[in-house]
Ligand binder design. Structure first.
Ligand SMILES: CC(C)=CCC/C(C)=C/CC/C(C)=C/CC/C(C)=C/COP(=O)(O)OP(=O)(O)O
Ligand SMILES: O=P(O)(O)OC[C@@H](O)CO
Ligand SMILES: [Mg+2]
Length: 232
């Protein structure tokens, strides 16, 4: 069984952003979320990653790093493992296999027993991640579903990640992706900001990922999304 088999909700912390004044990583860890993922596209360094991993690793909730490039990989016993994106609709093959090849060549410490790929489909053309990967975001639900099928059937991907980072996406796209997969888990992330948005996406996605909200609004708002995800 994969570590995320029982997850409904994940918080994604961006080490390049701050928490709300007066809030702590402990409060985030005890929000009721099932896991903390640590990553972001811009401004990511191993030092910033290390600081947040070490702070979050003290609590009961599982912690995974999600590196956006080779220089953001941080090895530690304080985290549970590595979620490594593979961007299926990237315009630059660096983000499909290129960076991964360099990682395999240069990193002598890869622990494959706790390393998991995530098949991303990036759909918000205004996001940093879309620009960074030169993703083709102009996709119909049936095209996203086809990417999900290819990811699962041809590339044995255990996770299909529907990524609308920064904006709430189209539930019909998430539904199409969920219908297309047999055993892969569908993660949804982007613009979840309250009970309803979490509940809507969690009706189709196995796991909803909440990022900016924790940095912008804080833990109380985060708790509402946990409730929405768990009640879907
Ligand atoms: C092989 C290794 C170790 C790394 C490569 C991994 C890849 C393909 C990264 C591509 C970019 C990516 C999918 C990063 C994951 C994290 C993510 C999507 C963060 C959200 O980013 P945004 O919200 O767009 O950006 P900021 O919030 O940082 O501005
Ligand atoms: O920051 P938000 O918009 O919540 O997106 C979450 C996550 O999918 C980003 O990778
Ligand atoms: Mg972001």
């Amino acid at each position: 069984m994969h570590p995320w088999a029982e997850w409904n909700h994940v918080v994604k912390l961006d080490p390049d952003k701050t928490l709300v004044d007066g809030e702590s990583f402990e409060a985030v860890a005890s929000s009721g979320t099932d896991a903390i993922a640590i990553g972001g596209t811009t401004g990511m360094t191993e030092e910033k990653m290390a600081r947040v991993v070490e702070a979050c690793g003290r609590y009961d909730v599982p912690v995974y790093i999600e590196p956006s490039h080779l220089g953001a990989v941080y090895h530690s016993e304080a985290h549970d493992g590595y979620l490594v994106p593979v961007v299926f609709n990237a315009g630059d093959p660096t983000w499909i296999t290129g960076a991964h090849k360099e990682w395999a060549r240069l990193d002598g410490e890869i622990d494959w027993s706790r390393t998991y790929p995530e098949a991303y489909v990036v759909l918000n053309e205004d996001s940093s991640v879309a620009e960074y990967t030169q993703a083709n975001c102009n996709l119909d639900p049936d095209e996203v579903a086809a990417y999900a099928t290819v990811a699962e059937r041809m590339f044995a991907q255990p996770i299909l990640y529907v990524e609308y980072s920064g904006t709430l996406g189209d539930p019909a796209v998430v539904e199409a992706a969920a219908d297309a997969v047999e055993s892969a888990s569908v993660f949804y992330g982007g613009g979840i900001h309250d009970y309803d948005s979490a509940h809507t996406m969690a009706a189709y996605a196995d796991v909803v990922v909440v990022g900016d909200l924790v940095h912008d609004e804080g833990v109380e708002a985060l708790r509402e999304t946990v409730r929405g995800a768990n009640e879907a």
